[in-house]
Design a protein around this ligand. Sequence first.
Ligand SMILES: [Zn+2]
Length: 327
Amino acid sequence: MSNKFDDIIGQELIKSFLLTSIRRGKVSHAYVIEGDKGMGKKLIANTFAAYLVCDGKSSCGVCESCRLSSGGSHPDIITVLPEKKQIGVDDIRQVIKSISIKPYMADKKVVIIPDADGITKEAQNALLKVLEEPPEYVVFIILIQNAELLLDTILSRVMKLSLTPYTEADVKKVLGGESALIAASENNIGKALALSGDETYLEMRDNCLHQIENLIGTNQICIFDTVNFFEKNKDESGKILDIMLAFFRDIVFIKLGQKDLLGNKDKTESLVRLAEKTELFGAFKATQYITEAQKMHSRNVNYGILITALSNGCWEVLNGRNSRSSF
Ligand SMILES: [Zn+2]
């Protein structure tokens, strides 16, 4: 039996991103997968690990590595099982010891750290040391419900992936639960909105698309336009973040060659044009920043600071700068 990303329902964006990283040889040495309990963090981590150790990097299901990983006994996939309730420094020391030995079969050694929410500070500091100079064959996958529990110094050295469902429920949220419309829209937000005839929403959606176009402009001055847009529409900021997230996801899907997954199919032409102007990594980062912003927004973080940091961060990553934003 093979572990394929295709067999996992939902999380299309993250699955495609990880697959593309493997195909392009751009696997990071550390990932943090953030998401609530039951969202499938472990399943994604185990599946990703299976691809990484497979002879053909495809989770073929036939090679010896695949046979072992599907049975949960691949020697190059290490899952940390804490001695006590929380992951402590001894657990991390154990990990450091085992990764000092080169992989047995694969060209990667994958360390999965599940339930990292309770990880002690001492353990984090030990982990940080390895993340600063990891052996080139190691890939860490840290699973956590709230990544804010990790030290900033750790977060700055990992690729953070926040699980975000984009399902019928998202469409429902937009339409207020009109099931007939949702069915007719085939989970296509653009189509659903057109059907529902919500003029103000459609207008807001066009404005959001315009703001994304603005942020993919090379002149940094354009950030002010986006900040102004957020200021002017403060009452609808939740809606704006939802719309922008859906657009950025679509841009990522286009970059991944998966137009069939677009949520805003009616805007395909504009989105393809925008996708040509930015890189996969930047667009993907933008989706993560918006997800962060949504969380902070719901916690009543100062709005002005939030939207300025968001606009700046998005502009930087969309234009190929290394963002120093705290997102
Ligand atoms: Zn295989």
